[in-house]
Design a protein around this ligand. Structure first.
Ligand SMILES: [Zn+2]
Length: 448
């Protein structure tokens, strides 16, 4: 029988920071796991923003299948902005109640693609018990009523379902964790729930999501948040201790560790909508990715809209579909691309999309029906201000195609595999349990 499996997601952890932690005595859990696993740098999805990335991790798909396009997007059917939480001010600007409903319920119930299969759905359909702690892409078969009396709407998640005290499938005695908090108490909550689950041997597959590191990196800049990473490490160590120590833990569990995306230092902010002020379009921008949606009032064709950013060095790539091809535009130069028999057919300057896995990721982002007609990836050090004009100037951000935003650490412990993309983690977990991954996931050449 396969070992039980824990997937640990440390939000915003860059490969360089992970590699440092792997040799750092102040990070005993990461050091122990790194010493017992196979490590490689892997690639995220695009836009490299948490809701998009966690959906990719849970479903093994890019946004063309899972359909979550961004932190903030325009819902054409409902003619409104969906804002999952770019900043507190952006949430207020979008309407706090609506934003919370979108982030907590609608993302899983309505926005997540019907064709996509979450790892929780696939494993529980095969008779395994799954668990998730604070993981935003949680869609599963089990009905859960909120633990908070003020909220009555149920959510459908894994059997063991813990979500910021709002949903708690079991009484664990874990401390309060506030959704959208301003202090780093969330990893401590995850540690307490994780300890409870390991002590009771309460799952076959657990997703242990640790957001505090990303939160700290946004404020202080990438690599400057050692204290937050020590808290994440402590949350992992709590699992090891609960199992009875390192040997017992490694005996009982296989582990995958990843980040959802990296981070880039920000020294310039750009108000993307100013470039489209008179264009009759809707601009949704946040962190290092932006989208432009056509409306009935849009006169210019999509290519003309794209040329508006030709003189903007803060846009590293402006992407759109034209016929059966995709176009990447920068400073008036273009690269056209489309999937070919083997690999990609391209014409134009390939240097325009030299970022890691850029053709595949840009194509999948554009083929998402919820994405804007234009996708904009921010240049080095640049961030797009959000709905409320907020940014992380002087701190860190992510969302672009660039390597800094897109490279993530991937560590496999007790599993014979070397994943290279966050989309390979769900199929890997399924194969570990002998469950066939969904047909849309790429075949794994290295599958055991
Ligand atoms: Zn972030």
């Amino acid at each position: 029988m396969a070992k039980k499996l824990i997937l640990i997601v440390i939000d915003g952890l860059t490969p360089a920071t992970f590699e440092g932690a792997a040799e750092d005595d102040r990070m005993p859990a990461l050091k122990l796991l790194a010493a017992n696993g196979t490590y490689a740098r892997g690639i995220s999805t695009f836009p490299s923003l948490t809701p998009v990335c966690l959906s990719a991790i849970a479903t093994g798909a890019h946004p063309d299948v899972h359909r979550i396009p961004h932190l903030v997007w325009y819902h054409r059917g409902e003619r409104r902005i969906v804002e999952y939480g770019s900043s507190f001010a952006a949430v207020r600007a979008a309407g706090t109640r609506q934003a919370l409903l979108d982030a907590i319920f609608n993302m899983n119930e309505q926005h997540l693609g019907a064709e996509a299969v979450t790892v929780f759905e696939a494993l529980e359909d095969a008779g395994f018990t799954t668990a998730a702690i604070n993981f935003t892409c949680y869609r599963g078969r089990n009905r859960h009523v909120p633990a908070v009396p003020a909220v009555t709407r149920p959510a459908y998640g894994p059997k063991r379902f813990f979500f910021y005290n709002l949903f708690e499938s079991d009484v664990t005695g874990a401390p309060l964790a506030v959704f959208g908090r301003s202090v780093g108490s969330v990893d401590a909550y995850a540690a307490a729930v994780g300890r409870w689950l390991v002590t009771r041997d309460g799952f076959d597959f657990l997703v242990h999501y640790l957001p505090d590191y990303d939160f700290a990196s946004h404020a202080a800049g990438p690599g400057a948040s050692e204290e937050a990473l020590q808290r994440s490490d402590a949350a992992i160590w709590a699992l090891i201790e609960a199992a009875g120590g390192p040997d017992e833990f490694l005996e009982r569990y296989a582990v995958l560790i990843c980040a959802d995306h990296g981070q880039t230092r920000i020294d310039r902010t750009l108000q993307l909508e100013e470039r489209f002020a008179d264009a009759g379009v809707i601009v949704t921008a946040s962190n290092r990715a932006g989208m432009v949606y056509r409306t009935d009032a849009t006169r210019e064709d999509t290519r003309e809209l794209a040329t508006r950013l030709d003189s903007e060095p803060g846009a590293e790539a402006v992407l759109f579909l034209e016929g059966d091809e995709a176009v990447a535009r920068h400073a008036g130069e273009e690269l056209r691309f489309a999937p070919a028999e083997s690999g990609w057919g391209t014409s134009g300057d390939p240097a325009l999309l030299s970022q890691p896995d850029a053709l595949e990721r840009a194509w999948a982002a554009l083929r998402n029906p919820n994405a804007g007609e234009l996708l904009v990836s921010a240049g080095d050090g640049v961030e797009f201000a959000d709905l409320a004009g907020r940014s992380h100037l002087g701190g860190g951000s992510h969302g672009a195609l660039s390597a800094a935003d897109s490279e993530v650490p991937l560590l496999a412990v007790g599993i014979d595999a070397a994943p290279r993309s966050i989309t390979e983690l769900a199929p890997l977990a399924l194969e570990h349990f002998g469950v066939k991954p969904p047909a849309y996931t790429r075949a794994l050449a290295h599958a055991a």
